[in-house]
Design a protein around this ligand. Structure first.
Ligand code: ZN
Length: 274
């Protein structure tokens, strides 16, 4: 079958990608465009009872791929760390309520805190919420973030560090998320993806814009940046991953445009550049 005839059976879109849309608007647009999966950001659940969001999602027929996001475990005080643990337990509950089998963890970092200490609190936090996750049949996925975010968003910045954390926690309910935006530059990426194997729980795509004008909200459509996405997808699939290809684009530019037009471009980019 030629790639042009490929369908969208593995295409998943993150609600944050089409941030201007409410959950019902996103669900409508994704289903009418043949998108198969949805990853729900917690912001998209706000302002509506969780049961209602669950019903909207269940009625849509979309596969709920994951809930974004938990994490942010490191903090300076025991009280703040407990707050983070409680919030992660709430995220696990929400995931179970909307039928998401996975909570993606942006693990956290505190400016000025030693990164090693940050990783200690991340391991402690994951261990603390793990019983809740297992009871709810929700897995937890460690998403390494680009080193640019090591100050305040994640002390886990490479696949190696994520794999080490998975080994340390040593529980089948904990795995890793490969996001090409965060990891494309890493010379050890192929080796570490191989090492991760079946613990790869999800796969995020977008592209790296040159020049990057904002490190958080200037991501590009696949094919418009410098990341060789098909090569990384190949590594991930060789490692045994056969789940959704999740489009996660933070972009002030695209959020300012017509979201229906943007979704059309996402579908084209998915077929041509993923
Ligand atoms: Zn991601």
């Amino acid at each position: 079958m030629s790639i042009a005839l490929d369908n969208y059976s593995r295409l998943c879109v993150h609600t944050i990608t089409t941030k201007p849309w409410s959950l019902p608007q996103a669900v409508d647009a994704y289903t009418s465009n043949g998108v198969s999966g949805i990853t729900v950001w917690r912001q998209a659940l706000e302002g509506r009872p969780i049961e209602e969001s669950a019903r909207i999602l269940a009625d849509s027929g979309l596969e709920v791929v994951s809930l974004c996001r938990g994490g942010f475990f490191p903090a300076d005080t025991p009280e703040a760390r407990q707050e983070a643990i409680d919030d992660n337990k709430k995220a696990i509950e929400e995931a179970a309520a909307i039928g998401a089998p996975l909570v993606v963890l942006v693990c956290g970092a505190v400016p000025g805190m030693d990164l090693e200490e940050g990783r200690h609190w991340i391991a402690e936090g994951i261990t603390a919420v793990l019983p809740d996750a297992k009871a709810a049949h929700v897995k937890l996925s460690i998403e390494p973030l680009h080193p640019l975010y090591a100050d305040s968003r994640s002390a886990i910045n490479t696949m190696k560090q994520a794999n080490d954390m998975v080994d340390q926690v040593a529980d089948p309910s904990v795995g890793v998320t490969v996001d090409v935006y965060h990891l494309w530059w890493d010379p050890d990426l192929e080796t570490e993806i191989k090492r991760a194997g079946k613990s790869i729980l999800s796969f995020h795509v977008c592209d790296w814009r040159t020049p990057t004008r904002d490190i958080l909200t200037d991501r590009e459509l696949m094919g418009k940046g410098c990341i060789n996405i098909p090569r990384i997808r190949g590594w991930v699939e060789d490692a045994g991953f056969d789940g959704a290809i999740e489009v996660e684009i933070f972009s002030d530019d695209y959020w300012g445009q017509d979201q229906h037009e943007f979704l059309k471009q996402i579908k084209e980019a998915y077929i041509s550049h993923c």
